[in-house]
Write a protein that binds this ligand. Structure first.
Ligand SMILES: [Zn+2]
Length: 64
C-alpha cells in the first residue's frame, strides 16, 4: 500500500496579519506553537486590530 503524503497532513494556521492560511515549515519546527505570521513581512506588519488583547506570554523566562 502506497503511503500518500498530502500537504494537508501538515498543520496549517491562519496568519494573524494577512489572514491567509500558511503551512508548517521546517524552520518553525521548534516554535510552531508560537508562530502567528506567515512571513517576516507579516510579522513586522503585526496583527490586525481585533478584539484580541495582547497578553503577556505565560512564563517565558527570557529576562536579561
Ligand atoms: Zn501573512
Amino acid at each position: 500500500m502506497p503511503k500518500m503524503r498530502k500537504k494537508s497532513d501538515l498543520p496549517v494556521k491562519l496568519c494573524a496579519a494577512c489572514g491567509l492560511p500558511f503551512t508548517w515549515r521546517k524552520k518553525w519546527e521548534r516554535d510552531w506553537e508560537t508562530v502567528r505570521f506567515c512571513s517576516d513581512r507579516c510579522r513586522k506588519a503585526g496583527p490586525k486590530r481585533e478584539a484580541e488583547a495582547p497578553r503577556a506570554t505565560s512564563s517565558s523566562p527570557r529576562a536579561s
